[in-house]
Design a protein around this ligand. Structure first.
Ligand SMILES: Cc1cc2nc3c(=O)[nH]c(=O)nc-3n(C[C@H](O)[C@H](O)[C@H](O)COP(=O)(O)OP(=O)(O)OC[C@H]3O[C@@H](n4cnc5c(N)ncnc54)[C@H](O)[C@@H]3O)c2cc1C
Length: 498
């Protein structure tokens, strides 16, 4: 076993597995450990959204295709009150090759990611716990403990805490997990349902007693989620026992459209909602990602997707710095700036959606229903919701890496996701995280490409419109939009290690 490595990834949930895969793809020496004996067998995070699928596509080995063939597609999310349609969002029209949400249990997501990791020659070291670590100027020394109490000390250039909501790394860094626990109890049932009519869709029922949500998993298997009132005990996890199947049936009868029968439970559970995040995702050579850095309401199924996108964001930056191609700054500090802003937005949006869904009081509820059905009548509102749900709207407009030096007229702006064009390989696929230049051939740009062969793709791509120059980052976001060639050189000189 390598006691010196570039990166120690702690935690092999979906975020740690994505992180380790991306870092290995980019040629870093990585170890990934998990204290558990095996990966989860629970359905937990169910939806993989469009943007995450696009990013899985860049990882190679037809990973996105393997996800799609192991899951089922859902294109519609609707809100009903009884049988009355309050509004719906259709993902068919979004600008992505993956214009759907992929319903796939987290157990399968982790299996597919772990299989992918193995194709890169890396396996999860299980029953290995990160006990403590010491940060030094040029490395992090980490003490690992195995189930049989044997210990190992390793030295890593970087430590990444993907160790979930109760993160050891976050605790030892003494970082505060700012936020709150919502004062209501929730039940979750992974069950088989009969009597659900219509095409598979994510359906939320707003009922006077509370909300009920149905997520199709596979054929007759569904996730049922409902709020069941104020927490009785002290606010925190595990206050309420898991529901019985009868209790789930009662909720379906009371809040659903009628005629739905639940049977054959796969998993019954109860939870409370935490809305928390750290202020900074980095402390020197140590980073946090996923639930270790942010937790939020499951409304919209954004938690795991946001965490996996943390991993895509950090991996290429860390690879370029570790391989000596880029200076540490501003790349590494941009990780927290960019991803903390995204999590802040997700916390606000999912918190708002949850509060709206559990609103109590007849008058308030009828005003809510009326206003919501008015809003869903506007095409631009449903389009915005579709882009937010699918996470195509995620962007980094205020990042230190974003430079917009010319006004745009409908073209992709700096900080936004670069549109994916049919039959064009995605930026960032392959074994080196290279930027891509979308511009017309000139001698100045040609000489820039030969100056930075390891940082920028060798050939230019067709610009989105005449006269514009786009420098697209390895994670598919526009870093620079300009009309002046000299600014491309400025941008690269600021990052490059020469
Ligand atoms: C009941 C439930 C339902 C959910 N439903 C949804 C949903 O519908 N949609 C959604 O987006 N999200 C949902 N989530 C949240 C989702 O599961 C998480 O966002 C996701 O698992 C986060 O992934 P992660 O890799 O950051 O952390 P985790 O999946 O928590 O993985 C962390 C890993 O770190 C390991 N670890 C911890 N400490 C150490 C240590 N010291 N040393 C070694 N290993 C360590 C743990 O064993 C664990 O395997 C749900 C969660 C729960 C519990």
């Amino acid at each position: 076993m390598n006691t010196n490595c570039d990166v120690l990834v702690t935690g092999a949930g979906p975020v740690g597995l994505t992180m380790a895969s991306e870092l290995s793809r980019y040629g870093l020496s990585v170890r990934i450990i998990d204290q558990n004996t095996q990966r989860t067998d629970k359905s937990k995070a169910l939806v993989v959204w469009s943007r995450t699928l696009e990013l899985l596509d860049r990882m190679g080995a037809e990973l996105a295709q393997r996800f799609v063939s192991n899951g089922s597609k859902v294109r519609i999310a609707r809100i009903l009150s009884g049988r009355e349609d309050i509004g719906h969002v259709d993902l068919t029209g979004i600008d992505s090759p993956y214009n759907f949400g992929l319903m796939i249990p987290q157990a399968d997501t982790e299996r597919l990611l772990e299989e992918h990791l193995a194709t890169l020659g890396l396996n999860v070291e299980r029953q290995v716990k990160l006990k403590e670590f010491q940060s030094e100027p040029d490395r992090v020394t980490c003490r690992l403990v195995r189930q049989d109490h044997s210990e190992e000390t390793i030295s890593a250039s970087w430590l990444i805490g993907c160790d979930g909501a109760h993160s050891t790394v976050r605790h030892q860094l003494g970082m505060e997990f700012h936020g709150q626990t919502m004062p209501s109890d929730w039940v979750l049932a992974d069950v088989h349902l009969s009597g659900v009519v219509g095409d598979p869709s994510i359906t939320v029922f707003w009922h006077k007693e509370g909300m009920l949500a149905l997520f199709p998993i596979q054929r007759t298997r569904y996730r049922v989620v409902a709020d069941v009132g104020e927490s009785s005990g002290p606010i925190g996890e595990g206050n309420r026992p898991a529901p019985s199947l009868e209790e789930v049936q009662q909720i379906l009868d009371a809040r659903g459209p009628g005629g739905i029968r639940a049977s054959d439970p796969v998993w019954l559970s109860a939870f409370t909602i935490n809305e928390r995040k750290v202020a900074d995702y980095r402390s020197g050579r140590i980073f946090l990602a996923g639930d270790a850095a942010h937790v939020h309401s499951p409304a919209g199924g954004q938690g795991m997707n946001t965490g996996m996108q943390d991993a895509y964001n950090l991996a290429w930056k860390l690879a370029l710095v570790t391989r000596g191609l880029c200076k540490p700054e501003p790349l590494l500090s941009s990780y927290s700036a960019e991803r903390s802003a995204v999590a802040h937005h997700v916390l606000e949006a999912t918190g708002r959606a949850t509060s709206m869904a559990v609103l109590k009081g007849g008058v308030k509820q009828s005003i809510r229903n009326h206003v919501a059905s008015l809003m869903f009548g506007f095409a631009h509102v449903t389009q915005a919701v579709a882009n937010a749900l699918s996470e195509l709207a995620v962007g980094y407009s205020n990042s230190p890496l974003t430079v917009q030096s010319a006004s745009v007229h409908g073209e992709p702006e700096a900080g936004k996701r670069a549109p994916i064009r049919k039959d064009e390989p995605q930026v960032g696929s392959g074994n080196t995280p290279r930027f891509a230049l979308f511009a017309k051939e000139t001698s100045v740009l040609g000489s820039l490409l030969s100056r930075y062969p390891e940082l920028v793709e060798a050939s230019l791509r067709e610009p989105y419109t005449e006269g514009g120059i786009w420098l697209v980052r390895p994670d598919g976001y526009v870093g620079l939009f300009t009309r002046h060639e000299a600014e491309v050189a400025d941008y690269l000189n600021r990052l490059a290690n020469k």
